[in-house]
Design a protein. Structure first.
Length: 422
């Protein structure tokens, strides 16, 4: 069956242009006006944006090992509802995918339950313990890259050797950067809110000092090195200078770090606890500048579901992490585009072409590419309501936010996976 998406404004990486899109056998066959519609099923995109499906470099599916928080099926359906057609699944699982055998467990779960394309990361070190390196040579090409997400690699020489080996394979290292010696029991940002309310703080240096170390290794080794969930202004400057020096360094920003700061925390609510924490308003403004000047390569949600009980213990006791797949586009569109901080084209690029380039996979509504598309009514008003989430996790700091920008349909490899129910 052939499908034609008609009357939409197609995003080509730079502009939005009125085009029709012909889909057949899971691929885009033609893009343009006046296409042959004989025998086609029609999707009317009148008044809507037609974008490449979004790509999320940083998702926690929690499965295998933690299915009380999320499953591959529920998490990937949440991705589809948010417009994401490719998600990269973090390896802090049980078992940790750190060998061909344990990676196969994750691959089997994905094969059984994934509604969109899900690419697993493998760990950098066995069991994510920061000690013995995994067999990169055996695993490269079978995963999105390598990450010990949830933990920073504490020993510099361990990370350096990982980069040396990954550089030979042109494999990606995706790093959660956190110097544990600087944490001192903190659980929110070491800033104004913590001081006012007597909370233990996490200093920004715990993030940026490890990025400084790793950026130097990336320049030395030539490794593809990606910094997860950047939160601090100093980290952004390190990335900026590393890029200027020629290092193959990239970075991502989450919607919550782009839109919120520590003074947005409400009381002792675990909805505002994540790692890294919400930083200062000054850090947030530095993020806006980096989004504008090209230092940032991608938005990523760091979708990290937990059970309601795990998020009900206040700022000190709650698990770190919030959900984000189903809220990403509308909160970013409302909070950044509608306020003139970035353009709609820049937002779409950071959700599509940017993360695809980090991964090294094709992107674009172009003949021959996978028919992965998202349709968006950009000015549709709504309210964030976690009761409607497909994700098993319901904890979001954006609960009740008035938003614009509605995902109306998500097409993955030519098949409609999500369609808005009016």
């Amino acid at each position: 069956m052939k499908t034609i998406v008609k009357n939409g404004r197609v995003f080509d990486g730079k502009t939005l242009t009125r085009q029709d899109v012909l889909i057949e056998d899971g691929l885009i066959r033609a893009v343009g006006l006046g296409l042959d519609e004989t025998g086609c099923q029609e999707i009317d995109a009148q008044g809507q944006i037609v974008s490449p499906g979004f790509v999320d470099l940083h998702v926690h599916l929690r499965d295998p090992g933690f299915a009380h928080k999320e499953t591959v099926e529920s998490g990937s359906m949440a991705a589809a509802a948010g417009g994401f057609t490719t998600i990269c699944a973090m390896p802090n699982l049980n078992p940790v995918p750190d060998s061909l055998e344990t990676l196969q467990v994750s691959l089997d779960r994905i094969q059984e339950g994934a509604k969109v394309r899900a690419l697993p990361y493998c760990a950098i070190t066995e069991g994510e313990k920061g000690e013995k390196l995994v067999d990169f040579e055996a695993l490269a090409g079978k995963c999105a890259g390598f990450s010990d997400d949830g933990k920073g690699v504490q020993r510099g020489e361990t990370m350096r050797q990982a980069m040396v080996r990954c550089a030979r394979l042109d494999a990606l290292i995706c790093a959660h950067c956190e110097d544990e010696s600087l944490l001192e029991g903190g659980y929110i940002h070491q800033g104004e809110y913590a001081a006012l309310h007597g909370h233990k703080g996490i200093c920004s240096a715990s993030e940026y000092e490890q990025v400084r170390r790793d950026a130097a290794y990336a320049l030395e080794t030539g490794c593809r090195y990606h910094v997860c969930h950047v939160s601090a202004k100093e980290t952004l400057e390190i990335v900026r200078q590393a890029k200027k020096a020629g290092a193959r360094v990239s970075c991502e920003i989450t919607p919550h770090h782009a839109l919120l700061c520590d003074m947005d925390i409400q009381g002792d609510d675990g909805r505002f606890k994540m790692n890294p924490p919400l930083r200062s308003a000054e850090d947030r403004e530095a993020i806006w500048r980096a989004l504008q000047d090209g230092v940032v390569d991608a938005f990523a949600t760091d979708h990290a579901p937990h059970s309601a009980e795990e998020k009900s213990r206040g700022l000190a006791g709650s698990a770190m992490g919030i959900v984000g797949l189903e809220t990403a586009f509308p909160v970013l569109y409302t909070g950044l585009v509608k306020k003139g901080i970035i353009s709609i084209e820049r937002l779409l690029w950071l959700l599509t072409y940017g993360p695809s380039q980090v991964l090294g996979v094709p992107c674009g509504v172009e003949p021959g590419n996978r028919a992965d598309l998202v349709l968006i009514e950009e000015d549709r008003a709504d309210t964030i309501d976690s009761r409607r989430f497909y994700s098993m996790g319901k904890c979001t700091p954006f609960e009740g936010m008035k938003i614009q920008g509605k995902i109306t349909r998500t097409v993955c490899q030519g098949k409609t996976i999500y369609r808005e129910e009016r």
